[in-house]
Structures are given as C-alpha cells and as structure tokens.
Write a protein that binds this ligand. Structure first.
Ligand SMILES: [Zn+2]
Length: 411
C-alpha cells in the first residue's frame, strides 16, 4: 500500500504521488491546483505521537502523516515543534477588564530554526519533497518571508531558486536571499508585475513555480500544528487566532482537523478569529458585508480588492485575497469571525509584548496579538475557553519595527 496519495478537491481524481504531481505541473488533469493528501497510516498513531513525554526536534516527528517517503531526504533546521507558552498577563487582563476567565496560549513561530517564521515548516517540506523527487529548480514571486525561508531550505537541498520581487522590495530581504546563493530579480514594477515575470520564467524555462496558499506542500506542513496543539495542550484550543493575508494557516488547520475527524469524529474545530490590519483588510470588509446581508448564496465570492495597500507590514499585503472564497466558509463553519486592528497602534502592542515578555515580535505577530484585545472588546472570547494565538514571525528582518517599539513609551 502506498504511504499516501493526492486527491483533487474538484473532481476527485487520484494522483498517486508527488513525482506525478510535479510532472503534471502541480495540478490535476482537470486544471485544479488544490488537492488533499490522504494517508494510509492509522490516525490512532497520533494518540501515541502526541503524548506529552515526546520532545520532538522538528515536525518530522509526524513522519507517517507527511508525504516524504525516505527520512534521508529530510531537510530540517529544527522547525515545527516549537513551544506553546501560557501568557498569563493576557489572562489577567481578560479577567480584570472583562470578567472573562480564559487561558491564553501562544504558539511561538519566531522560534522556528530556519528563518524564525511560520513559513519554515512549508519551506522544509518543499525542500525535502523536491530533493526526494529530483526537482532541481523552483521559482516564486514574493514580497519577502516565503522567499527568505525557501531560499535557505532549497539551498541546503542543492536546489536552484529564483525569486521575483517588486521594485520596492525590502533591501534586507534581498540580501538575505542572495546570502544563501539564490537569485533575486527585482522587477521594475509592482507585485503584480513580479508575478507576471515569474510566470513567464516558469513557462519559458519549464521551472516549477509556487502555486500559492493552496499548495498541498504548504498545507501538509502547516497542518502539523494541529498535532502540536494536541501534544502540548492535550486538546484542541477553543479559539484559534492568527493574522491572515493569503490564508494557508486556516486552510491547513481545517485540513488537519478533517484528517483527525476521520478517526476521531469528536475532534473539535476551534472558532477561528482571523485578524487583518485596517490598512489592508479586504477579508474583514468582505465578511462584514456578508454579515450585514445575512450570508446570501455565493457570499464568499463577494469581496473587495485593495489595489495598492498602504501598509508597512510587508507580509500582510494581500490586497486581492484570492483565497477568501475558500477561507470564509471555513471560518463560518468554525463559528468564528474576522477582526480588524489599527496599524497605527502596532508599536503600542509591540511594546506590551516587549515589556511583558522581553521579546520583539514581528509586525504580523503583533497584528494577531492586538486581535486578542479586539476579540475581548467584541465579546468573542468566553468564560472557560482556551485561546491559542498563532504568532507568525520574529522581528529579525523588521528592524524598522524594532525601532518603533523601542521609541514607544511603556504603558
Ligand atoms: Zn481534478
């Protein structure tokens, strides 16, 4: 029996493995680029793997539920089995200000070994799968974090990587990618132009290109967070929060839960509270319109596009949220909602984290953190609940933000 297969989410076609998936340009014969990976392993194994005595070095602890065939192909810098911390100052705040007794847990993606971001697990799994299946070259259009993580992991696997970036690409990011011996092409135009250049390169040179947020590699890597929640919390959280741009996080959480439900139907989907900053909040706007209209048929296809978002948070600049039609129904199914925080308050919240925990979070992590305050204000967190904040990145490549936090006075 094969370890796994892919199944097209549109037509149900079975694609036997990633070698085939790569050979048909990462899509089903019907043209759909979204496929679920289905494993032969028994999910009862998860009960053993998530016992608290395990201290995994990385997310390949869940090897039976990842599409790598041979452990010798694993490319890892120690990612994915990151600590979940209890932040009691937030619990105290909720109790004193709102009378809500809740547990607040923080999933620290800044502690990932590759590039200190949530992108590291996806980059690690991509590098391992490319190595295993003889993929020699890859390309992407990116504004930053994804490209930096992939640059490091693909270099480690000996895979050539070309990144197309918009004209206003962050100089630190360009340098970081080049430091791994990978190629950056800074286009004379916007992110849209970079995407077009990457696509031309992909077609002319037959080089595989990133398929974005629905890429089954990204989803399979990130879904392992569900197993980590079980291992570290002993249960699923009641509420799941993250800052959202593309939407791989919620898609992956949903996939991980659906997989578990095949064997453990009682597995609970946490209420998803997804946060965007007010300078680039198309999903929040789309959701608010849907709420007002009472979720009419096809509501998920109705969302605004913000052509040129004026935000400093380069990771959260998805002005055209192409994944909203997939993400919104997932949020709705979970009983969750979308929340908006003010970018003008970013430094204030960054300062709270620094004062309370002695660390700098990256700006996207702070969007999630600020979302917790907003969720309390809107009555979205209830007595007795465990809230998990999935914080995406550290502040290493956001020196501008560290400076802002330092200049902000303590409360
Ligand atoms: Zn298909």
């Amino acid at each position: 029996m094969n370890k796994y297969h892919l199944k097209c989410t549109q037509c149900g076609e079975v694609i036997p493995d990633f070698a085939t998936w790569f050979s048909q340009n990462q899509q089903c014969k019907c043209g759909c680029k979204r496929a679920d990976v289905v494993y032969s392993a028994d999910y009862h194994k998860i009960t053993e793997l998530t016992k608290p005595e395990h201290k995994p070095a990385n997310f390949y602890h869940y090897f039976d539920f990842l599409p790598v065939m041979d452990k010798k192909n694993i490319v890892s810098f120690g990612e994915g089995a990151i600590p979940i911390e209890e932040w009691d100052f937030l619990e105290k705040y909720a109790r004193e200000k709102y009378g809500v007794n809740c547990k607040v847990m923080v999933y620290r993606n800044d502690l990932n070994g590759g590039s200190n971001t949530f992108k590291d697990i996806a980059a690690s799994l991509a590098a391992s799968l490319f190595k295993e299946n003889g993929v020699k070259e890859f390309c992407v259009a990116s504004t930053g974090n994804t490209a930096t993580a992939y640059a490091r992991y693909l270099a480690e696997a000996g895979i050539k990587f070309t990144v197309f970036m918009p004209h206003d690409a962050c100089e630190d990011t360009v340098k970081a990618i080049r430091s791994y011996g990978q190629t950056v092409i800074v286009c004379n135009g916007t992110y849209g132009d970079a995407k077009k250049a990457a696509n031309d390169f992909h077609e002319q040179n037959q080089v595989l290109i990133s398929t974005g947020n629905i890429d089954p590699i990204r989803v399979e890597a990130k879904k392992t967070m569900v197993f980590e929640y079980l291992r570290q919390l002993g249960k699923m959280p009641d509420v799941y929060m993250q800052a959202v741009a593309g939407g791989t996080g919620p898609i992956a959480l949903d996939k991980g839960i659906r997989d578990l439900q095949t064997t453990f139907p009682e597995t609970k989907m946490p209420r998803m509270l997804l946060v965007q900053q007010d300078t680039c909040d198309p999903m929040v706007q789309g959701w608010e319109n849907a709420v007002k209209a009472g979720f009419p048929e096809g509501y998920e296809k109705n969302y605004p596009v913000i052509p040129n978002p004026q935000t400093k948070i380069s990771i959260l600049t998805a002005g055209n949220p192409g994944m909203y039609p997939i993400v919104a129904p997932i949020v709705r199914k979970s009983g969750g909602t979308f929340l908006r925080m003010k970018e003008s308050e970013l430094a204030k919240y960054g300062r709270i984290v620094k004062d309370e925990r002695g660390i700098y979070f990256g700006p996207a992590s702070i969007v999630c953190f600020a979302g917790f305050y907003k969720a309390l204000e809107e009555g979205q967190i209830h007595d007795g609940e465990t809230v998990l904040l999935n914080t995406g990145e550290g502040a290493d490549r956001a020196t501008w933000f560290k400076k802002m936090v330092d200049e902000e006075s303590s409360l």
